[in-house]
Ligand binder design. Structure first.
Ligand SMILES: [Zn+2]
Length: 248
């Protein structure tokens, strides 16, 4: 029997049997892994805290035939500010939903893991609007995973527009307002200059500068439309966790 020692964040938990659960960890070493936690549902279990969704910890796992089983864990960050806030918790659940779709078994994705941890940190400890954090997470996680839209310049003619672009879902990127370019996709969405710049920043900025900007409510609405539609289109499914917030 071999051991795996890894850091990671719990992105899903499923109850099994009376006291056990199977959790999914987004690990730094192996990407997505499934782990049996014997007795993990018992509040007094020393594995209980570290096997909850959102917990970031250091785990020692035995590798079994089909799945790992947890030997011990040390909680590094529990994100308790998120657990105690229904709105923040809903946004965090949305991030997990996206990560579960993207991260594969045995494929480490360190940049995506860093983005997830940074986004949860922003959600937990700052006054930054959850809507904006969410748009940043959606677009940047897609970009990291190979679904970046083409946004440096007009996709058709290469022009660097001074003000704004249209976003083409069909062509996956920006088009300028020249007739021959806008004719490439008549259904492209005209963006404000603020939204054009925000999308460029989200895709291109260095990680340590990624969250260092703000936008108006109008631009935030534009970003929501573009980002959520692009997310569903690229990952070929709808993401409905945030709909809950609109119903309350
Ligand atoms: Zn053009």
């Amino acid at each position: 029997m071999s051991f795996l020692k890894t850091r990671g964040i719990v992105i899903k938990e499923v109850s099994t049997g009376e006291a056990d659960k199977i959790i999914t960890i987004f690990s730094s070493n192996r990407g997505r892994i499934s782990v049996m936690v014997k007795g993990g549902k018992r509040p007094k279990s020393k594995l209980a805290a570290g096997s909850q969704v959102l917990c970031y910890g250091e785990y020692v796992l035995y590798s079994g035939k089909n799945l790992y089983s947890m030997n011990s864990c040390e909680v590094l960050e529990s994100f308790y500010e998120i657990r105690n806030d229904m709105e923040k918790l809903t946004y965090a659940a949305h991030f997990m939903d996206i990560v579960l779709e993207i991260v594969q078994e045995n494929q480490p994705a360190p940049r995506l893991l860093q983005l997830l941890l940074n986004s949860l940190h922003m959600l937990a400890r700052t006054e930054k609007k959850p809507e904006l954090i969410s748009r940043i997470f959606e677009m940047r996680s897609l970009a990291i995973s190979g679904y970046a839209p083409s946004i440096r310049q007009c996709m058709n003619c290469g022009l660097v527009a001074e003000k704004s672009y249209s976003f083409s879902f069909e062509k996956c990127g920006f088009l300028c307002d020249r007739e021959e370019c806008s004719a490439q996709d008549r259904l492209s969405v005209l963006l404000s200059s603020g939204a054009s710049r925000a999308i460029q920043h989200i895709i291109l900025a260095r990680m340590d500068e990624l969250f260092s900007f703000g936008v108006s409510e109008e631009v935030l609405d534009e970003l929501e439309h573009i980002s959520r539609k692009y997310l569903s289109q690229q990952l070929e499914r709808s993401f409905t966790k945030l709909d809950f917030l609109k119903s309350i």
